[in-house]
Ligand binder design. Structure first.
Ligand code: C2E
Ligand code: CA
Length: 728
């Protein structure tokens, strides 16, 4: 067939020399995409804004456009609109973090060829780009081939028969009088089999009435062509029906009434002419995209957005019918331990298996959602009484306690379940969730592994009333500790610094990590007090190192945006260093890129004071925010740290490049140091070293260790400086 022939003539060289324009306001992404595509042989140009893109597009020299949707000023949809209006000859792939269904649908409506969500998977991206470019060339070759045919009947027949659409004509009764060759490929009928048959014979029964109405409307007057979505039945006895999947075909049906003037000059309806386009693939991808927007991809469970929607429905229903419903907030015990000791891949498997087990005990109308991490939330609508909820909770707990056997590991798990019942535990979604969360914490506090109903008495429980109270008394009770993670020169494995990481030795809950308490501290001024405490403790420790004769080691402290918003933060910081008589060159602070986005001038001022005083400034999770290059250039920053999520993507596949490359390139351009974090294997280490990382840190060398262990490590081999020995 024609299209097959064309496919064979497409050569790889042509595809790879294609010109691609990437449009994104996020520079880090732009650079990493550029690196990825250039390595794969594409010619790439960049645009940082919608208007720059439009200017470049006017040259009309690109085959493919990779387009971000959300940009300040002229956004992606407006660029798409421009491409359509100007009838530009290219294909567009939308690469966007905006996965809301309406914007994706809109971009497809405006003619986008495909869609990739951010953060993208490089392999998937390359594959999509390859398809896009190939599609572009195939379309153009087909066009050239058709242009070379004469304007003859042969030409028209060619158009009709080579059209990817099913083209048909019906008589006044709705009987097929013409169908093109495509009918065989799409529906599995020979042309002759369909001629003379009524259209209803190929319409899915569910669309029968709608389709009759659609065709009737075409003859009712001067209506212009319009289209409707329908399902057609594939010929049951044809080869096409190999599975249930292609038993039916989703099409976009177009029709227009055909009229003729009779002898008296009266306009008479003589039939219907139209086409039908196979949109099954598009429908499937739309369904897939909308699934992604409302589900957690790891467990396939509803996500928070869908859960909130179901919760609102349950509330409306329960209010109307004076019924009760329950929310169960569930959190696995000691899940972080699994992630830390057995790795994230294992953690992911555990979450999948746990969700499968819970689902076994639920009814179709119940909603189990994953809220992120190891938190699940269950909605049980329309419950007869409290006991029925208790019995569900017991069954779930029992199921989770059964040992899990995953990748040769036998794992014993448990979890805490907090239950809130409408309306006793709250009358809005928000209060119900908070109540269920409180009840869940109550179980955690009381030895974990169990369930508990929310009761009003929990509100007066000091832990819940003021989480800050718990935290502030923890400072007094000396329950906080600073741990240290070595930062290493990847060339000679020498320890060149330490990162201070906070831990809370909780009397009941055991060793807590920042993720368990930092958000609570940040929601109050306590973060400021805690930050000062960390700095003082680090200083005390550094003085101790000096006293032990350990050569000076630079320490990085994580600083939250809440701290930086204090106008005397820098001043206070400097005062403490002076109090301990420690050189500012021995200190670095790490801040998150996300916090900086808003361009808070006050925050920048604090950073500048510190840097002018000699304290280094590192952007911690670089690549995850949206800093623009011009903004970064003006920031008082010395170092970019590659977030561990990007380091995790570095795999032993020579064809793959990743965001880490883009960040390293960008740092080079800005003359900044680069630190790689979360290095867990030798391959990642080599990769980062080759990228020019000045320092790395990660479990490969050491996790964060207690102050005591850190001191012992630093005292090791004082002659040549403390270093690690790695098997190579
Ligand atoms: P971060 O600055 O990105 O810190 C690195 C986190 O990654 C630490 O978790 C560390 O234990 C962990 N980590 C280190 N190497 C590896 C590795 O090879 N693999 C993996 N998977 N993880 C690794 P931690 O200690 O739980 O800290 C979490 C976050 O809490 C930190 O993220 C930091 O933003 C914040 N934080 C910690 N201490 C403080 C503090 O004193 N003040 C403030 N404001 N924030 C802090
Ligand atoms: Ca950090």
């Amino acid at each position: 067939m024609q299209s097959k022939k064309l496919e064979n003539t497409l050569n790889a060289e042509k595809v790879e020399q294609s010109q691609i324009l990437i449009v994104d306001d996020q520079l880090s992404l732009l650079l990493s995409l550029q690196a990825l595509l250039r390595i794969n042989g594409y010619q790439v140009e960049l645009a940082r804004t919608g208007s720059e893109a439009i200017t470049k597009l006017q040259d009309n020299k690109y085959e493919l456009l990779l387009l971000d949707l959300q940009m300040p000023g002229i956004d992606g949809l407006e660029v798409l609109e421009f491409v359509r209006e100007a009838k530009l000859d290219l294909e567009t792939i939308v690469v966007s973090g905006d996965t809301s269904f309406p914007s994706i649908k809109e971009s497809m409506r405006l003619g986008a060829y495909d869609f990739i969500r951010k953060p993208y998977n490089p392999e998937e991206l390359l594959e999509t780009v390859r398809r896009g470019v190939e599609h572009y060339h195939r379309e153009r070759e087909s066009l050239t081939a058709s242009q070379s045919l004469s304007e003859s009947e042969q030409f028209h027949r060619y158009i009709v028969n080579s059209s990817p659409d099913f083209i048909y004509m019906l008589d006044t009764e709705g009987v097929f009088t013409y169908v093109n060759d495509m009918v065989e490929d799409l529906l599995g009928y020979k042309r002759n089999e369909l001629l003379g048959k009524h259209f209803s014979s190929i319409i899915h029964p569910h669309n029968a009435a709608e389709c009759h109405h659609f065709f009737r409307e075409q003859r009712a007057g001067d209506r212009a062509t319009r289209s409707a979505e329908m399902r057609l039945l594939v010929n049951q006895s044809s080869d096409l029906v190999k599975s249930f999947d292609n038993y039916e075909l989703i099409i976009e049906l177009n029709a227009t009434g055909v009229y003729e003037n009779d002898d008296t000059g009266k306009r008479v309806f003589i039939g219907t002419l139209g086409s039908a386009r196979d949109i099954s693939a598009r429908k499937r991808s739309e369904e897939h995209i909308s699934f992604q927007a409302y589900h957690d991809l790891l467990t396939q469970l509803p996500n928070r957005i869908l859960f909130d929607d179901r919760l609102n429905q349950a509330l409306a229903h329960a209010r109307r019918n004076r019924q009760k419903f329950a929310i169960l907030f569930m959190d696995l015990d000691r899940f972080k331990l699994i992630n830390d000791t057995l790795g994230h891949a294992m953690g992911d498997l555990v979450l999948q298996r746990v969700s499968e087990r819970i689902l076994d005990y639920l009814r179709a109308e119940d909603t189990l959602a994953r809220f992120g991490g190891d938190e699940f939330c269950l909605l049980l609508p329309d419950i007869p009484h409290k006991e029925s909820v208790a019995s569900v909770a017991e069954k779930i707990l029992k199921a989770v306690r059964q040992p899990f056997s995953i990748n040769n590991h036998e794992l014993y798990l448990s979890m805490c379940v907090g239950i809130a019942i409408y309306p006793a535990a709250g009358e809005t979604g928000e209060t119900l969730l908070r109540s269920a969360d409180m009840a869940m914490y109550h179980v955690k506090e009381n030895g974990k592994d169990g369930y508990c109903f929310y009761s009003d008495s929990m509100k007066s429980d000091s832990h819940f009333l003021t989480p800050e109270h718990d935290l502030s008394s923890a400072i007094e009770k000396r329950q906080f500790q600073v741990f240290f993670q070595p930062k290493v020169d990847p060339g000679n494995h020498e320890i060149v610094g330490m990162e201070a990481l906070l831990r809370w030795q909780h009397p009941e809950r055991g060793l807590l990590y920042p993720e368990d308490f930092l958000a609570a501290a940040e929601s109050s001024k306590l973060m400021v007090t805690l930050g000062i405490w960390v700095l003082r403790t680090v200083c005390e420790e550094m003085v101790r190192w000096q006293q032990q004769g350990i050569p000076p080691v630079k320490v990085s402290l994580n600083v939250s945006l809440i701290q930086l918003k204090e106008d005397d933060f820098a001043e206070h910081f400097i005062q403490i260093l002076q109090e301990f008589n420690l050189s500012s060159a021995l200190f670095a602070i790490e801040i998150t890129e996300r916090g900086l986005n808003n361009g808070e001038t006050e925050v920048v001022k604090q950073l500048r004071i510190l840097r002018d005083f000699g304290v280094s400034v590192t952007i911690d999770d670089f690549g995850r925010g949206h800093s623009s290059l011009s903004y970064l250039q003006n920031l008082p920053v010395n170092t970019l740290k590659i977030d561990r999520s990007f380091v995790r993507e570095i795999e032993e596949n020579p064809d793959r490049t990743c965001i880490a490359d883009g960040i390293a390139m960008m740092a080079k351009g800005l003359k900044l140091n680069v630190v790689g974090s979360g290095v867990e294997n030798l391959f990642q280490l080599d990769y980062l070293r080759n990228l020019g990382c000045h320092e790395v840190q990660g479990y490969l060398y050491s996790a964060a260790i207690s102050a005591q262990e850190a001191m012992a490590l630093l005292q090791n081999c004082p002659a040549e400086g403390p270093h690690f020995t790695l098997p190579h």
